[in-house]
Design a protein around this ligand. Structure first.
Ligand code: FE2
Length: 172
């Protein structure tokens, strides 16, 4: 497992990229052979946790995706293990920019990062996500007329919580 500095409890985005790449490699080499795909909700499983970081394995069927969200003050990273994901990132406070994240690509982000992640391809995708501090809450947003509007705050240690946002969806 990647070593981190002992004088800092929480990991930086670059250290988190090392983590998700390490665990993606572990999964790729069969350490976690069971990956499920659920048409009703994104299948996910925690594969590591300590006081500094938690790591999740998530599968995405085509069309599955998240609502715009942050990570409640945690920094994070994800590495695409298989397939392709599209990440929309709030940039400049009021604009969504789409980025395609293919297999073996990694993203690291700080505590104020707001994004959504979707599988817009026609094949399943698998990704490994890490959060430091370990996730304790998430905020969910919509972007309306260039303004980021918070829809809900949820106390959760699960990056795929059940949250009922009704019919609210991200503006196109
Ligand atoms: Fe996220």
């Amino acid at each position: 497992m990647p070593r981190t500095s002992a004088d800092s409890l929480y990991l930086t985005p670059l250290q988190l990229i090392e983590f998700t790449r390490f665990w993606a490699d572990e999964v790729a080499h069969g350490k976690y052979p069971y990956i499920d795909y659920d048409p009703d909700e994104r299948w996910h499983q925690r594969i590591y946790r300590d006081r500094r970081v938690d790591v999740w394995l998530i599968s995405w069927l085509p069309t599955q995706g998240t609502q715009l969200h942050d990570h409640g003050g945690s920094a994070g990273s994800f590495t695409v293990l298989d397939g392709e994901l599209t990440e929309a990132v709030v940039t400049g406070g009021d604009r969504l920019v789409d980025h395609r994240r293919g297999a073996n690509e990694s993203v690291g982000f700080g505590a104020r990062y707001v994004h959504d992640v979707r599988n817009l391809s026609d094949a399943p995708a698998v990704s490994v996500h890490a959060y430091s501090a370990p996730l304790t809450s998430m905020n969910f947003y919509d972007l309306n007329d260039g303004r980021l509007e918070r829809l809900a705050t949820l106390a959760t240690d699960d990056p795929e919580p059940e949250v009922d946002l009704g019919s609210v969806r991200r503006a196109s």
